[in-house]
Write a protein that binds this ligand. Sequence first.
Ligand code: CUA
Length: 256
Amino acid sequence: MALVVSAGLLVSGCAGAAVRVERGWLPTDRNTTNQTSRIMTMWNGSWIAALAVGVLVWGLTLWCVVAYRRRRGEQGLPLQVRYNLPLEILYTVVPLIMVAVLFYFTARDQVAIAATNVKPDVTIDVVAKQWSWDFNYVNENVYDGGVMAELTGAPGVEREAPTLYLPVNQRVQFNLTSRDVIHSFWIPAFRFKRDMIPGTPGSFRVDVADVAGYYPNSGVCAEFCGLDHSSMRFSVRILPPDEFEQWLIDEQEAQS
Ligand code: CUA
């Protein structure tokens, strides 16, 4: 009971925060970017398919346990079936079909997210490093070399995490590289992450929806990369296009 009460306090305390941080295994917000709905449809579809397979397997298991249980007076081993060709074909082909279906939908959606057929409005080179992020707007000559956020837990003493600036309703291309070890770029609200492998650049594109705001510590590194992996965070500030343009101009002046 004490646990329930404290959990309730925790939940209500979090609900008062300015930014909703989603926790748990069932995300609900489909419209953070133009890709999130697609990703969540695949996520939900995979769960439904896995559950259907699970119910079938559990059902068959239970049926075997009940139907073929040892009866009173039975002795020795039951009939041992070996080298039954139809059975062996069945349990080779059925998993192959399941893997092929999952592979098809994953590949289809990955290709769509990584598609580079339309010119992006903004290109951001993201460089991961132990244990922070650089956000470089190379076309605009704006560079932001981040320092590690110190997440001490005490308010007022943490160093601010680097901030990724994004415009709403524009096509943003992220070019991802790493300066040292493997990291992974993840904004959980985008429902998408991509590994950042040294020497192997990756990229993806999103149109950020009309969700202007400041989201502190809403981006994380999702690949264990050393001692301070857990501090490898960044904040996201999403601006209307005109304010974003103004921010770029201000930064150009400040950095020149
Ligand atoms: Cu970078 Cu974990």
